[in-house]
Ligand binder design. Sequence first.
Ligand code: PBG
Ligand code: ZN
Length: 357
Amino acid sequence: MQFPKVRLRRLRHSEGLRRLIRETHLSVDHFVMPLFVVEGKGVRRPIASLPGHFHLSVDELVKEAMEVRHLGIPAILLFGVPDRKDPQGSGAYAKEGLIQRAVRAIKEEMQDLVVATDVCLCAYTSHGHCGIVEEGPGNEFWVHNDKTLDVLAKTALSQAEAGSDLVCPSDMMDGRVGAIRKALDEGGFSHLPIMSYSCKYASSLYGPFREAAHSAPSFGDRTTYQMDPANAQEAIREMRQDLEEGADILMVKPALPYLDILSRAKREFGVPLAAYQVSGEFAMVKSAAQTGTLDEDKVKLELLLSIKRAGADILITYFAKEIAQLLQEEARKTGQRREQEAKPALSVKGTPLKVKG
Ligand code: PBG
Ligand code: ZN
């Protein structure tokens, strides 16, 4: 069908019509708020690389989690930033480890908030890699895949025992979802879901997070386990493999530069799909807003809407709290405006002429 019969602008003529045909909506229901926990008591230290975010000791974390819950956000994703590290990352699976204590403390106060836990070793290893480092087939050091699997499985199980509602492996070892699923099932947690960072790219957008989590690798980089940003077909293979190993939710990370992957994954698998808008994506918006280059509120809504439109069901974002507040505010303002407009319409005959774009 052709112009002039077809005029797509007809359905953009008023806000009411635009509302009727709007395809994508942001709702607080789909947000996950990442939080960072540290040792100590009464600690609430601003994280320089993530404006508006804090290093929180367990007691402060509980308060923060309550606030998140109060805003209607259904889930948090916890990252531990421990004081002590060792080559094996043993703090990741300690019964009295930082995350384990944090999860127990939150669950004691709130049962209905979904507490998701990151399963990885990089914040717990002295070398900062996501797995066990050994001398490889050449003379160089490498991350040993299968030895790492055991540690990851132990870590996930210890988090489950502490009360985690959703374990989220982010290490990118082969076979980790299967290893974790097996450990959970054997440990009596066959009901516990896994959200897998299925295609996690070796991105340059993790910088602010690594500063926050003190998890930058002390040598080399993560290109032998995280994915090459050039690859899309491989992402589909990663996701298919995770599903076969028992993943319940797949994730694409980062989000905005990988909308094509989100869109393909949604069509290909039709399973719950998460997108992680990472620290660098957050930082870019924050710094552009600071210099007055961009309207922060409008930009963050647009970016998250785009990620959702591309196929993400779940949005993990450092903007979660801010967006929840923004959505509340917008709903309140819209309500007020409708009320105000409705009143004069009852007493005045005829509607005033409005200028339209
Ligand atoms: C650790 C991990 C990283 C992120 C989440 N889990 C960083 C990395 O791989 O170095 C990045 C999150 C972000 O940048 O917001 N495996
Ligand atoms: Zn890691």
